[in-house]
Write a protein that binds this ligand. Structure first.
Ligand code: EPU
Length: 301
């Protein structure tokens, strides 16, 4: 979708930067996606008005964080991509409380806290993505999840058109799922972390890094795990047992390292990846009677 001149002029007054015809191939970890205009929202106080303007002009939009858990449609996209600037995101510590901007890098936040003797999040160290994305889907690994430590979230709530602060008790954090509305925009979080000596945190981080390196295709284009694990089971184990490692549709391929990672082994399209996802889901259903649910978020046109 392309922004018309009159809307672009008003957005500029609100401090919103317009980048025209951006390919989402370079904005997503899968390296898949069509082209659209991108709007960079530099001023948080201008977000409500910018959002009203988009609604008035019938401009559909989606918020793109680091693009590490999305599969974006091919071709000319019917919506614009909104983005919060991620240069110099705010991170501040007060006792055991940490205030972090949603645009911050997740791994960067873990090390920032570790250096201040605040632990608990070691498992998240190798998870690619932004703090906002991690909050939205309650990112977790190696027995922990970010939701455990959330005390407050500042967000733009599309339903009210306002910036609001929600307390941790009012948010449900489930396995790779939260009670945030799909159009809530994460802006800032307050976490409360346990005190831990830096050396101890570092040792934990090393263990997680090693486990990840030993089992996941870290140097290939992926969105992490494609499917959520079914209760009490492992999607990767089932797909592996079906001998589907290396199975492909075009350049979309089941990783030969971890079967729940689907990688872009060249120039995969969204449609290739969707066909591969459906094919594997059906094979697992046929063999185990289990309908795997996507973990990756699919943004169709
Ligand atoms: N397994 C296989 N073959 C494979 C992959 C896994 O046999 O190709 C087996 C493993 O040997 C193990 C079991 O399946 O016995 C579980 O595998 P693993 O420890 O790799 O964990 P997972 O359940 O596949 C989950 C998360 C990962 C997270 C790891 C570590 C989900 C969908 N995946 O993977 O998160 O990093 O645990 O905590 O919950 C993600 O969410 O994108 C993600 C990568």
């Amino acid at each position: 979708m392309r922004i018309k001149e009159n809307a672009a002029a008003r957005l500029k007054e609100l401090g919103v930067e317009l980048r025209q015809g951006v390919s989402l191939v370079v904005k997503t970890s899968l390296g898949i996606g069509g082209a659209t205009d991108e709007l960079l929202l530099r001023r948080q106080d201008a977000i409500p008005e910018a959002m009203r303007l988009l609604a008035d002009q019938n401009i559909r939009h989606r918020f793109l964080g680091s693009g590490t858990n999305v599969l974006v449609a091919d071709g000319e996209l019917a919506w614009v991509a909104l983005h919060l600037p991620s240069t110099q995101p705010g991170m501040r510590v007060e006792g055991n409380a940490v205030y972090v901007d949603a645009s911050a890098d997740l791994g960067g936040m873990v090390t920032f806290c570790a250096k201040r003797d605040l632990g608990g999040m070691e498992g998240l160290i190798g998870v690619p993505g932004s703090v906002g994305g991690a909050l939205r889907m309650n990112a977790g690994a190696y027995g922990m999840q970010i939701g455990t430590y959330v005390r407050e979230v500042e967000l733009y709530r599309a339903a009210s058109g306002e910036v609001e602060t929600v307390t941790g008790n009012d948010i449900r954090f489930d396995y790779r799922h939260t009670s945030f509305a799909p159009d809530d925009v994460m802006l800032r979080v307050k976490l409360e972390l346990p005190s831990k000596p830096f050396k101890e945190i570092l040792a934990g981080i090393r263990v997680c890094n090693e486990k990840r390196r030993a089992s996941q295709p870290l140097n290939q284009k992926s969105a992490g795990c494609i499917f959520k694990n079914p209760q009490g089971g492992s999607a990767g184990k089932m797909i592996d047992e079906l001998k589907l490692k290396g199975h492909r549709v075009g350049d979309a391929m089941v990783s030969d390292r971890h079967a729940n990672f689907f990688v872009n082994a060249g120039h995969a399209s969204c449609s290739d990846m969707l066909k591969l996802i459906d094919d594997v889901r059906e094979r697992v259903r046929g063999a185990y009677g289990i309908g795997l649910e996507n973990e990756v978020i699919v943004w169709q046109n």
